[in-house]
Design a protein around this ligand. Sequence first.
Ligand code: ADP
Length: 395
Amino acid sequence: MTASKPHPGDDISATPGGEGEHQALAAEMMRLFIEVAPDSVVVSDDRGRITFINQHAERVFGYARAEVLGRNIDMLLPERFRGAHAEHRAGYYTAPRTRPMGMGLELYALRKDGTEFPVEISLSHARTSEGLRVVAIIRDITERKRLEETLRETQREADRLKDEFIAIAAHELRNPLAALRGFADMLRVQTARGHGPQLAEWQQEAIDAIDQASARLAELTDDLLDVTRLQAGKLELHPALRDLAALARRVVTRQQTTTQRHAITLTADREPLMVNIDEMRFEQVLNNLLHNAMKYSPDGGPITVTLSTDDAAHEVRLCVADRGIGIPAAEQARIFGRFARAENARGIGGTGLGLYLCRELVERHGGRIWFTSQEGAGSTFCLALPLAQEAEPEA
Ligand code: ADP
């Protein structure tokens, strides 16, 4: 390699030949590497004045080297970042270290023509004979951001299509399911009325099994439809003044008829307990909590529903407690999520949508829902709702 003409800034003190020439060559190569680096390299001194920019930076920022040398590095930042940047710079000089800049922040750089572009900046420093030099390696991440945005957009579109598919599938399942339940019911009722021959026990059981399975499928499709409605912001509530105690008693009475292994009791410290709720939706919430309490205490046992008022907080609380399998501590944090199911619920049928819907519905009523649970000992699910002002229930 022949020695090239010296450039301003080159270390020309090295004597040709031997160690000196080797050092000069190394310095020259270093300079070339920095010049052709695919990122912008901007060096500044301890007062923030630019002492070097490479060719890439000239091209990206639109300045000729001579236009920036000696000027404050803030000229390469949008106006709104300059105040904070001066402070950060002062901090960096007192404890310089190699690190990415503005971790977790969206950083932008400013071109000569006034346009901005997103950047990622790594900082390092060197102590030279002329004092501290801060080296900023600036990467234009416009393309990466664009790709990320495209990816997010694609993900949103995929989610939308998935929700649309679930909604259509659930909707289409409703009619055949209704027919299935209707015919199972017809067989049972008409046979009981003596229309046609008596059914054998196994036939009766088969009809019951069809009825139960289709009822479960109908519940699942309804839950799926509700979830997609919620996601699309299309689930409408029709709140009215209602007595929560009366509603809970109705639900308890109905659920008690479905089980012989559980004894469901209800206590209320005061009645009526007036709240503003969408009655149908709240029945759904209570049904879900009670159904879970029964389902997840397969050995049976007591289930208590307690209604109480907290006058200071001006709210009504409703708790459903069981002595069932409980929820393992490690899984409790995610149990209100969509499709979340605990490990110990594996052998028990379910979709993991019920609690998600309960939480959404309770929160949309301005309430809260939470639980305490111990694996193997039982769970207590509670919800709190704002107490309505009026004292009398609506007719
Ligand atoms: P599903 O019962 O259909 O699985 P849910 O959303 O109602 O869905 O409940 C989510 C999960 O929370 C259940 O799968 C179960 O692991 C747990 N869980 C809910 N209620 C209880 C309960 N009362 N006792 C024990 N585990 C419960």
